[in-house]
Design a protein around this ligand. Structure first.
Ligand code: HEM
Length: 129
């Protein structure tokens, strides 16, 4: 029995990931809770890293691993202050991006569940600002 996450790439292809990540970073650029967290002025390199990671995680080419090594998401997010509000903003914009990119079912639900769960696991600050 294959993990449903492994079938997403076959369903939406490279073009689906391109649309999704493009829509998401257009939101990030305008979101005051998120934009200051991103260290680079140009968001395109960050968008590329996220796209390659997602393609790999969801059953596509393993380019992310070749360029960046093991993902270690929690460790890689430790420099950024991720509280509940930032997590919620990130997820809200990613869910909007899933709609804008017209990701079809069942990929849509598989990705939504993954984003909600994983973003919660990346919270690393429990103190109010
Ligand atoms: C499902 C949830 C998430 C996934 C899969 C994800 C994935 C990634 C990946 C793959 C990178 C690039 C790592 C690297 O190769 O260096 C990254 C960077 C980053 N993420 Fe996330 N992330 C998630 C959630 C979040 C959340 C909730 C926040 C903040 C609210 C966040 C903020 C950032 C920032 C600021 C960076 C640095 C940008 C850069 O690459 O230069 N991420 N994330």
């Amino acid at each position: 029995m294959t993990n449903p996450e492994q079938n997403v790439y076959t369903q939406i292809g490279a073009a689906g990931f391109e649309r999704l990540v493009g829509a998401f970073y257009r939101h990030v650029a305008e979101e005051p809770l998120l934009r200051p967290l991103y260290p680079e002025e140009d968001l395109r390199p960050a968008a590329r890293r996220l796209r390659l990671f997602l393609e790999q995680f969801f059953g596509g080419p393993r380019t992310y691993m070749m360029e960046r090594g093991h993902p270690r998401l929690r460790m890689r997010h430790s420099p950024f202050r991720i509280d509940q509000a930032a997590r919620d903003a990130w997820v809200r914009h990613m869910l909007a991006a899933l709609d804008e990119a017209e990701i079809p079912e069942p990929a849509y639900s598989t990705m939504r569940d993954y984003f909600e769960r994983t973003a919660t696991g990346l919270i690393n600050s429990y103190f109010p600002t």
